[in-house]
Design a protein around this ligand. Structure first.
Ligand code: PEP
Ligand code: MG
Length: 755
């Protein structure tokens, strides 16, 4: 039988509150805390370790261990049981600690006689900054309630430490050098546009003043009421949003609404209230636990959900404080919002009137907030790591949603440069618009077909705006990645139909699911792989799970009834693989015929050339495939053995390296011998200088992001094909790391416009 805690967690919490209110030194209060916790939990030892700079955990107070070890015993994160708790962010509960492989013996502490060990992390804002432990001589497992109670205490402790009640938090970390200095961040451009404005910190935490409940029953009622009013408010907000959300942005918002009504979330908060916390503290505790779990195990999709829940938790806290509507406070008229992460509904709340741009520490192209930002036409930069810590409300800031560049407190010249860039951009946009309906033809009469890449319905209006001749790459997997469940056949049909209708008589090339690698489905179980880029992805999945491809083909065939259907298979490594996939599509066509279903006028099936091995089989693949599209992102990353998602090496090769150009030239030449059509749809197609080289190599079709159509067309209309083809041919024989400078010099000499 475990000893019964003296007075239970609520009595303990009350005692803690009294101690914290005392006007004594921080050390004295910590010393008292450990004594009270030890006695309440009938533990012989209670210790508090707090994090110093460099992730070192230092013993700050102890009851039961040798007092001389205080401020002397230090563990690195991951070292010993205390380090393990800090590293994993989870409780460690052992009946015989010394026999555990993680146990690290520290003679100065005198902890030899203690067997039972319970350690819990001191967490705040999803970060661990200390560990609270209890130990007992007798070997025993601590009961579930004891673990809960210690976690609750740790949470209260975290709050007090962080609010400066015990220590100034700055004391625990290295002081930052001159916080006023200008800072530059290079993130990822997720929504285009340039903005110059003043910084607003998104939702600096809603401060939870009261942690310990006086009357738990009352807290439960408060929690329930707040959840109810939150749900109503969310429903109301989503229904009456001024933005006409359709397609993906609508789905994102619907998923968010579902979270607001989630019963599991509600139950976890109710449980936390029962341990003696106030409703507010319970919301925080559940949120902290969730954030920790996500940061440890989370893939991109889980993280996305976590942002939705963070958004909801902050809203719930506002409802608890009786202020359910106050997101848009006094925003300056040139507000640029900074946040670690943000939910889609929060962005909607701000509206687009006063907001100029958003910068996030997290966020990716397919993140919910990015989808909504693009729908709102707001520039957004993601992956700006460390920017929230460096930010202060009211600071000046400039943002480029295209290059991902962000300057905090920039010097006057930088602001001027960005102002100029913004004006220039507006000017360029006007210029591109003026050539939108002109053909992409070189000065000596060579026509180039410019297509755009897309993946969401949101992209479809760009087809008209950009003047693209069609969609050269429609990444169908995005639709599968943003939903909560696998789209049903009927949903897929409706979606593809909407895309085809929006495209009118312009062509659309649908790429079948390119899953795997970094693209995983939220609802599918996925085994982690050592080398996802070389792993189970794209066509490999399609062949192992033929139903997936057959359903998709069925949906595409139905949606394209009466039209030309173009299907593109990703990551084809050899001809047999392509033939096997094509046979699956043929079976679906056969099925449609047998059932007398309406069918496309013509079905063309192409192969993506992304695996270098296929480059050696062009004449053969050309006999099986109706067309080939070079996926230069993967092709070159595989050819140069560089992981395109690893920033350490991603920039190690240049797409304008002579080997890259020689490889592409060879592909074009052998495709032409086979009499086939080849195009290119990787990122390089949209960079005017790269596109110039590709045209010189003989490509006639390029597919790129819609924003690049204008700049590339402008380049083409100022280019002489005869000259560039001779020049590029010569360049292929060189040994430079990159031919960029030489190509740029060529362009400058011949007056080729590069913007
Ligand atoms: C490519 O690899 O070049 C490509 C267009 O496909 P994705 O970027 O979607 O992998
Ligand atoms: Mg690819």
């Amino acid at each position: 039988m475990p000893p019964v805690a003296a007075g239970g967690p609520r009595v303990l919490l009350r005692r803690l509150r009294e101690i914290m209110a005392e006007q004594t030194s921080a050390q004295t209060r910590l010393d008292k805390l450990v004594t009270v916790i030890a006695s309440n939990m009938v533990a012989e030892v209670c210790s508090i370790y707090l994090r110093r700079a460099g992730k070192v955990l230092e013993l700050f107070a102890t009851e039961g261990l040798n007092p001389a070890a205080v401020h002397r015993t230090r563990m690195k994160e991951g070292e010993g049981l205390v380090g393990l708790v800090a590293e994993t962010g989870e409780a460690v509960n052992l009946s015989d600690a010394p026999s555990d492989p993680h146990f690290s013996y520290r003679p100065e502490t005198g902890e030899d006689p203690y067997h039972a060990f319970l350690g819990v992390p001191i967490v705040r804002g999803g970060q661990v900054f200390g560990v609270l432990t209890v130990q007992n001589r007798a070997a025993r497992q601590y009961a579930e309630e004891e673990v809960e109670a210690l976690q609750t205490v740790a949470m209260v402790l975290a709050e007090v430490v962080a609010q400066g009640g015990l220590f100034n938090i700055a004391e625990l970390d290295e002081p930052e050098l001159s916080p006023d200095r200008p800072r530059k961040f290079i993130g990822e451009g997720l929504s285009e546009g340039v903005a110059v404005g003043h910084l607003v910190l998104h939702e600096p935490r809603v401060k939870v003043e009261r942690m310990i409940a006086d009357n738990p029953q009352e807290e439960l009622v408060r929690l329930e009421e707040a959840i109810g009013s939150l749900r109503d408010a969310v429903d109301h907000m989503l229904d009456s949003s001024e933005l006409d959300l359709t397609g993906e942005s609508r789905e994102v918002i619907e998923a968010y609404r579902m979270f607001a009504h989630d019963q599991g979330w509600r139950q976890r908060m109710r449980d936390a209230v029962r341990t003696g916390l106030t409703a507010e503290a319970s919301v925080e505790r559940v949120q902290d636990e969730m954030r920790l779990r996500v940061s440890r195990f989370g893939d991109a999709i889980l993280r996305e959900r976590a942002h939705d829940l963070d958004d909801l938790a902050r809203r719930l806290l506002r409802h608890l404080s009786g202020d359910g509507h106050d997101t848009v406070r006094d925003l300056p008229s040139d507000a640029i919002l900074i946040a670690r992460a943000m939910g889609p509904a929060e962005l909607l709340d701000y509206g687009r009137d006063r907001l100029l741009a958003i910068v996030l520490e997290e966020g990716a192209l397919t993140s919910h907030v990015a989808i909504v930002a693009r729908a709102m036409g707001l520039p957004l930069v993601g992956s700006a790591e460390g920017i929230t810590d460096a930010s202060r409300a009211g600071d000046s800031i400039v943002v480029d949603g295209e290059t991902g560049e962000v300057h905090l407190r920039p010097a006057g010249e930088i602001v001027a440069a960005f102002e100029a860039k913004r004006t220039l951009r507006a000017h360029r946009v006007a210029q591109f618009a003026s050539i939108r309906d002109l053909p992409a033809v070189t000065k000596d009469g060579v026509h180039i077909r410019l297509l755009m890449n897309a993946g969401l319905l949101l992209d479809m209006p760009h087809l008209q705006e950009s003047g693209a001749d069609g969609i050269g790459l429609f990444r169908t997997e995005l639709q599968f990645m943003i939903g909560e469940t696998m789209p049903r056949l009927a949903d897929q049909v409706a979606f593809y139909k909407e895309v085809l209708d929006a495209a009118g008589d312009k062509l659309v090339v649908f790429r079948t699911l390119d899953l795997g690698g970094d693209k995983v489905l939220p609802y599918a179980r996925w085994e982690r792989e050592e080398n996802p880029a070389l792993g189970w992805r794209a066509i490999r999945i399609a062949l192992d799970r033929p139903a997936l491809l057959r359903y998709q083909a069925r949906a595409l065939l139905t949606a394209a009834a009466g039209k030309v259907l173009r299907i593109l298979l990703p990551m084809v490594s050899d001809v047999a693989e392509f033939n096997a996939a094509r046979a699956l599509i043929d079976r679906e066509m056969e099925r449609a015929r047998t059932l007398a279903r309406p069918q496309p006028r013509q079905v063309l099936v192409g192969a993506m050339l992304e695996v270098p091995a296929l480059a050696f089989m062009l004449p053969q693949i050309m006999r099986s495939a109706d067309f080939v599209s070079i996926g230069s992102n993967d092709l070159l990353s595989l050819a140069f053995a560089v992981d395109r998602t690893n920033p350490r090496v991603a920039r190690r090769y240049d797409t304008l390296n002579p080997a890259a150009l020689t490889l592409i030239r060879q592909i074009i030449t052998s495709a032409a011998e086979g009499g086939g059509e080849v195009s290119l749809c990787g990122e390089m197609a949209g960079r005017p200088l790269d596109a110039m080289a590709l045209i010189g190599l003989g490509l006639r079709t390029l597919s790129m992001s819609p924003g690049q159509i204008g700049p590339v067309k402008m380049m083409i209309r100022s280019l002489n094909y005869g000259e560039i083809s001779v020049f590029v041919e010569k360049l292929c024989g060189r040994t430079d790391h990159s031919l960029r400078t030489r190509l740029a010099a060529f362009a400058a000499e011949r007056g080729v416009v590069l913007r």
